[in-house]
Design a protein around this ligand. Structure first.
Ligand code: OSB
Ligand code: MG
Length: 368
């Protein structure tokens, strides 16, 4: 393929309810979609981070500049562009995995559309639907949390993840266990809110039989997570700290994690995400697909990845209605606790033109 045109479409979509984590509160999904046009097809992707660098170092305005000035020109210079060549072409630019993932994914969507191949088939999916978990934010009170969890379980979600931070950890976990029982698949996510000095406190979570504790310590602190894991029965799962397959191999070898959250955006795209899946699977380490409150554009591709054989735990791939009253694609609907894996070529969805127009804040051409 040859790149002909690249465009960013900035969108702001209200969330159905505020989502609070240890790093902040989100009330709208505010990001951009990337649209690439090649000589054979068109492709879409979604930038996964937020306007402020609070989950990770990347942010919306910065990513647009990085794409415009450093990433897109390198892809545009390739005479025979394929998704597999994007990573090598941009490897001289340090970091910026989420921006790189947006570019690679849009190119991959276009490429697979020109072959008529669904992303799930390309990645090696073995499932037609995937079980859906849900990530539940920090609430004002325990009763409010229990109401939310009850509603999600009634909708059919098969696994609950509670966001935690110092002051909101043992008590909400205990309350959810007492109310919904020991059989409920339950896990927690601290988004880097603790230090090793909290190890004894975090050990109190061991009695609740959690599936995992996600990213308790700071980003990239593999040594600290290994020290912590040696003191916890609860499996440590890494999110923020894993940026590629090599990090993942190192973390597994040093017992810094016993479960892996794979977020394609965080690791530079679906090709590296698949390599992470392969490394973890070869070590018998379970993986699951994380989320970034994506619109249908990002969600569709995540569902394809979550259908790979090593994804043995339910992901944060929830239905569109968990996030938005109106999604910018046809909504993903929960059926019997599962979401369908898209079966049409590429990522399998496109923004609905009328809805996209209503949520669009700005459109800019990055390359022509
Ligand atoms: O740490 O997994 C995380 C959302 C935004 C940023 C980081 C995280 C999350 C979630 C929600 O936990 C996942 C989702 O439902 O998309
Ligand atoms: Mg996380």
């Amino acid at each position: 393929m040859k790149l002909e045109r690249v465009e960013v479409v900035h969108v702001a979509i209200p969330l159905v309810s505020p989502f609070r984590t240890s790093f902040g509160t989100m009330t709208t999904k505010d990001t951009f979609l990337l649209r690439v046009v090649t000589d054979t097809a068109e492709g879409w992707s979604e930038f996964a981070a937020d306007p402020q660098p609070r989950y990770c170092s990347e942010f919306v305005a910065g990513a647009e500049l990085v794409l415009r000035d450093f990433l897109v020109p390198r892809a545009a210079a390739l005479p025979a562009l394929t998704a597999a060549l994007v990573g090598p072409a941009v490897s001289g630019i340090k970091g910026h995995e989420l921006a790189k993932a947006a570019l690679e994914t849009a190119v991959l969507d276009a490429e697979l559309r020109s072959y008529g191949m669904p992303l799930a088939v390309y990645l090696g999916a073995v499932r037609e639907r995937v079980p859906a978990g849900v990530s539940v934010g920090i609430k004002e009170s325990v009763p409010e949390l229990l109401d939310d969890v009850e509603r999600y379980l009634a909708e059919g979600y098969v696994r609950i993840k509670l966001k935690i931070e110092p002051g909101w950890d043992v008590e909400p976990v205990r309350a959810v266990r007492e109310r919904f029982g020991a059989a409920l698949p339950l896990q927690v996510d601290a988004n880097t809110a603790y230090t090793l000095a909290d190890a004894e406190h975090l050990r109190r979570l061991d009695e609740f039989g959690l599936l995992l504790i996600e990213e308790p310590l700071d980003e990239n602190n593999l040594y600290g997570h290994a020290r912590l894991q040696s003191r916890l029965a609860t499996p440590v799962c890494l999110d923020e700290s894993l940026h590629n397959a090599r990090d993942t191999a190192a973390a597994i070898a040093m017992d810094a994690c016993r479960v892996v959250n794979v977020k394609p955006a965080r690791v530079g795209g679906y090709l590296e995400a698949r390599r992470i899946h392969d490394v973890a699977r070869a070590h018998g380490v379970p993986v699951w697909c994380g989320g970034m409150l994506e619109t249908g554009v990002g969600r569709a591709a995540n569902l394809a990845l979550a259908a790979l054989p090593g994804f043995t735990l339910p992901g944060d791939t929830s239905a569109s209605s968990r996030y938005f009253a109106e999604d910018i694609t046809e909504p993903f609907v929960l059926v019997d606790g599962h979401l369908p894996v898209p079966r049409t070529p590429g990522i399998g969805v496109e923004p609905l033109p009328g809805v996209l127009r209503r949520f669009t804040r700005a459109r800019r051409e990055l390359y022509r």
